[in-house]
Design a protein around this ligand. Sequence first.
Ligand code: NAD
Length: 406
Amino acid sequence: MARDNVLVMAPQVVMQRARGFVCVNAHPEGCFRNVERQVAEVRGDLPVPVAGPKNVLVLGSSTGYGLASRVAAAWGFGARTLGVFFERPPEDSRTGTAGWYNTVAFHRLATRDALYACSLNGDAFADEVKRAAAEIIRREMGPIDLCIYSLAAPRRTHPRTGVVHNATLKSIGAAYTNKTIDLSSRKVVEVTIPPATEREIADTVAVMGGEDWRMWAEMLLDEGLLAPGARTLAYSYIGPELTWPIYWHGTIGRAKEDLEKTAHQLDKLLATRLGGHAWISVNKAVVTQASAAIPVVPLYMSLLFRVLRRKQLDEDTAAQMRRLFFGALTAGKEVVTDKAGRIRLDDREMRPEVQAEVAALWPRVTTENLLEISDFSAFERAFRNLFGFEVEGVDYSQPTETDLHW
Ligand code: NAD
């Protein structure tokens, strides 16, 4: 089939293909249903649109917390959104990535509901992508009143030095041994993570720390593309002591510390220049492509979800962003923070009675009782859902169009 001399793919049956635990393809219709469900969840019974930011830039908007933020801004506030992300389009018989199809779905639904949406697929760390975003904001949107920084990237090519920094997920100081799930074999095994070198720590901070967030904010400020009172938020995670050696006290925690320092600096800068603010929002653990890659954390999440579900306290990504956007970011609402100035959405996860139950289950969990005492099945399903598989209502035996664009 030819379209403008371009080869167009015929619809194809898309079955999940995995390399180890990770899916290497994605199902467009499953991704569409996921985004459609998020839109419905955000709307809920709210009088829509709620008064709030109207021109929103989301960095890392194609999956996870960034996608849910974009949905909340668009369908909650009726905001015009510019989304930036790094995804692979469909090519030959290969499907695009889930984030690609999520974005196709976002645009389809936005068009249906007469919401302005623009998307930029490229490396957000690069100067040319920042310049392209500035151009779109100047030409089509007008000054940004909310900028969400939700990148989770494995590497960053530094725009000034050209050095490629790779993020690592390691402990600091001493090797760390604990239980984890070998996601491919579904076995509870012991894992030992060697301590990071100084270089690995610095590289992780260069990728996941605050420098790139600051570059975005300063660029927007210098170009006059931030509205009076503009706010910017980046996301972080702290979690319980159980995961601290690999997370909060590990290489990623160092990067998050740097992100927090940046939040304080940006907060002063924006307050002085335009009466604005910068915050860190500490979100709860949810299944995303980024979080599933951290050793120990999938086992912790499997136990946590069971405890939260039984106490009717569990929230998914969309529910967390609904709470953030309509609890904190609605016009006129006071933003409540902890003593360190962070917005806390992890309050339910961190309740002492929740953590006490998780801590009691931790030493007991084995390969044999994994499915019985944890929600590992739900974790696995949620992970496959991220790629559009095992989504309710999708007939996977039917061919589906994969050559989709927005
Ligand atoms: P995710 O993997 O679902 O999303 C990452 C996003 O970043 C995607 O849109 C991807 O396209 C984009 N991206 C990656 N590299 C990029 C690049 N070079 N240029 C442009 N876009 C790029 O991740 P997530 O779990 O939603 O994480 C987002 C943020 O939320 C992170 O800061 C993470 O630490 C934080 N967070 C996550 C959790 C959790 O449990 N998942 C909990 C609390 C906080």
